[in-house]
Design a binder for this molecule. Structure first.
Ligand SMILES: Nc1ncnc2c1ncn2[C@@H]1O[C@H](COP(=O)(O)OP(=O)(O)OP(=O)(O)O)[C@@H](O)[C@H]1O
Length: 369
């Protein structure tokens, strides 16, 4: 489970800025974790890129303060503006923006400080671009160019990596490959990543923490799994389709039935479609509210392979869908959303605080990482 920013030992990013861009007013105050991936999500025009540009130092706001760890990057009151190239922030935008006349090797080493040279081979291997080193950017595919751009950003020895829609324009398979790569990278390199996207699937796969932007303001900022449980954000996060994110450890694989068993902690276990994940590793799972059923007691003679003891933490009757009821269930340290018909809710006589059994079909889980 992602932790709160204030509990991190590594540096966190603090931003408090005010900027007018024509009729648009960007006014954001937030503190982000110093590790893992923070997703920035919001509709088109909500200010995601403008915020990235201020953090990167490509734009100076009318008023504000930006601090990365102990280092102040911007303080308009003190007239302090650290230029972009001195911020130690790696930037990967939609277009790879490689230097066309430098080979891949030259692009990677451009701006690389001497002390980062020892990481060259490691990062090239991590990105799988060793065979591309002598090629010119014009000969690379979109995915290859993007990997080189990520490599260049990493080799600049950044303290923070900003990625603004880095997968735009890539086809489905390449997109998935690079997305999983970035998720692994975040764990391996221990550099916080801020990842801008308007794609809920990308955010669900990669983000630990989520910042929700709306009309130039921050609407919410919290661990992704927490925000997805908030009934008041159902509309803003509609693209996530009332899903919950769970993380657990793989404890066994059943080769015969092709199923994987995952421990959630507190003695809770799940059975889901088989994955290739190594035993002991963390698996991130998504489950939709509509795929969870409720029983008053453990049920026999059903095809549900997952029956978990839970209690009802909160109940919401959405005005826009009067035939449904949304429940937030508590299972040990985890929370799950469940959606029932109003009829089933009334007939079972459900109430807040009630102990129930959550029934979840194994096939309903999606493994995200
Ligand atoms: N230099 C500028 N002058 C005037 N308006 C601007 C300027 N830069 C950005 N804007 C406006 O600010 C708003 C936010 O733009 P921004 O690019 O930050 O949004 P976004 O959330 O990244 O959108 P998208 O998802 O479409 O990329 C938009 O309405 C945009 O037109």
């Amino acid at each position: 489970m992602p932790t709160d920013p204030s509990t991190h030992s590594s540096p966190s990013l603090r931003v408090d800025i005010d900027q007018r861009l024509g009729n648009f007013h960007l006014q954001v105050s937030l503190a982000l974790p110093g590790q893992g991936v923070t997703g920035i999500f919001g509709t088109s025009g909500s200010g995601k890129t403008s915020l990235m540009r201020v953090i990167a130092g490509l734009e100076t706001p009318d008023r504000g303060h930006v601090q990365l760890g102990e280092r102040t990057l911007l303080d308009t009151r003190q007239r302090l503006v650290v230029p972009a190239h001195k911020r130690r922030i790696g930037v990967v935008f939609q277009e790879a923006r490689l230097f066309p006349h430098y080979r891949v090797r030259g692009n990677l080493t451009y701006g690389m400080p001497d002390h980062a040279a020892s990481r060259f081979d490691e990062i090239v291997a991590l990105l799988g671009i060793a065979h591309l080193l002598e090629r010119l950017p014009g000969t690379l595919s979109g995915g290859e160019s993007r990997r080189v751009a990520i490599g260049r950003a990493l080799l600049s020895d950044p303290r923070l990596l900003l990625m603004d829609e880095p997968l735009t324009g890539l086809d489905g398979a390449r997109k998935q490959e690079l997305l999983h790569f970035i998720a692994r990278l975040a764990r391996q390199v221990d550099i916080p990543i801020i990842y801008v996207s308007h794609d809920p699937d990308e955010i669900a796969t990669i983000a630990d923490h989520l910042v929700l932007m709306r009309s130039g303001r921050m609407e919410a900022s919290a661990p992704l799994s927490h925000l997805l449980q908030r009934f008041d954000l159902t509309q803003a996060l509609a693209g996530f389709d009332a899903a919950s994110i769970l993380e657990g450890h793989v404890i066994s694989h059943d080769a015969h039935y092709q199923l994987t068993r995952v421990a959630l902690g507190d003695g809770l276990e799940l059975l889901l479609p088989g994955t290739q994940t190594t035993l002991g590793s963390t698996l991130r799972l998504r489950i939709h509210a509509r795929d969870i059923a409720i029983a008053l007691a453990p049920a026999t003679g059903t095809s549900y392979r997952n029956q978990l003891p839970a209690h009802i933490e909160a109940i919401e009757m959405p005005a826009e869908t009067p035939h449904t009821v949304e429940l937030r269930l508590r299972l040990g340290a985890h929370r799950l959303r469940a959606r029932l018909t109003r009829l089933a809710f009334d007939q079972l006589g459900l109430a807040e605080g009630q102990r129930i059994t959550a029934l979840i079909r194994s096939v309903a889980f999606t493994s995200l990482q």
